[in-house]
Design a protein. Structure first.
Length: 267
């Protein structure tokens, strides 16, 4: 039996023939691919620590922050969810030094297919991590911009024609018509843009394929939350996005539990 104990953090990923996952728990980095097919027992220790300052918090905000950090940090600003609201290009930010390293860096607007075709925005350095975290099975770069704001403007322009959210339940069931031609969809998207925005459309035509370590996809899904249960035991059947999939159809969103202090036993 293996035993791990500590605060959970978002799984680290690598794009390989089959995506690899490592789960930080306290000081340990657990190879989750090797645990597929094994029985896992999770026990919540009734403690949440802010992923930024480490302070104990009764409630987790924005996937792992205490309220003070949530209200003050640049990485929890509304522009993270809505990049078109980013004002760092005007010199306005909760932290301009952070903005220089994150918002004022090249960004990509992309098309990806998880359970449906969607448009999204991510920092250049976050490709392919962002696609993996969303559970995308195929993706293509659409436009490259010098900052987050312009990428957000392009995304908003395309929201009338493409979804901008992932249906996470359908994604975990591996539903949808994945044979969408992303190159064709990219051409359609580019043609919809105003000429001022078309200058950012990139020439890259590679369609990225993402394969997840899943033995069996669930037909019914029940979401696990340590806010509602203290202990859970189940056989790990796969990993997709930032979700663990278990044999009884239950799924655990690791990102939602950033900062939660747990004990993990592996039989």
């Amino acid at each position: 039996m293996m035993l791990y104990k500590g605060n959970l953090f978002k799984m680290r990923t690598q794009l390989k023939d089959v995506i690899t996952y490592e789960l930080p728990i306290g000081d340990d980095l657990v190879d989750m691919n090797k645990l597929i097919g094994k029985k896992l027992t999770w026990t919540y220790q009734h403690q949440i620590n802010c992923v930024h300052c480490g302070k104990k918090t009764k409630t987790s905000f924005f996937q792992g922050y205490c309220y003070k950090c949530f209200k003050s940090l640049p990485q929890t600003d509304s522009s993270i969810v809505n990049p078109e609201l980013d004002e760092s290009y005007l010199g306005i930010s909760r932290d301009m030094e952070w903005a220089k390293e994150n918002s004022l860096k090249p960004h990509y607007v992309y098309l990806a297919f998880s359970s449906n075709l969607k448009v999204g925005v991510t920092r250049e350095s976050q490709i392919p991590t962002r696609w993996i975290d969303q559970g995308a099975v195929r993706a293509i770069k659409l436009a490259k911009t010098p900052n987050r704001h312009i990428a957000g403007i392009i995304e908003v322009a395309l929201k009338e024609h493409f979804a901008d959210k992932t249906n996470w339940r359908a994604m975990l069931k591996n539903e949808g018509e994945a044979n969408v031609d992303l190159k064709v969809e990219k051409e359609k998207a580019a043609a919809l843009l105003h000429p001022e925005l078309q200058q950012y459309v990139c020439d890259e035509e590679e369609v990225y394929e993402l394969n997840y370590p899943v033995q069996k996809y669930p037909t019914k899904i029940n979401s696990l939350s340590f806010d509602k249960i203290e202990t859970y035991e189940g056989e790990l059947k796969g990993i997709k996005g930032q979700y663990l999939i278990f044999d009884d159809g239950k799924v655990m969103n690791i990102r939602k539990h950033n900062g939660y202090f747990v004990e993990l036993k592996v039989d």
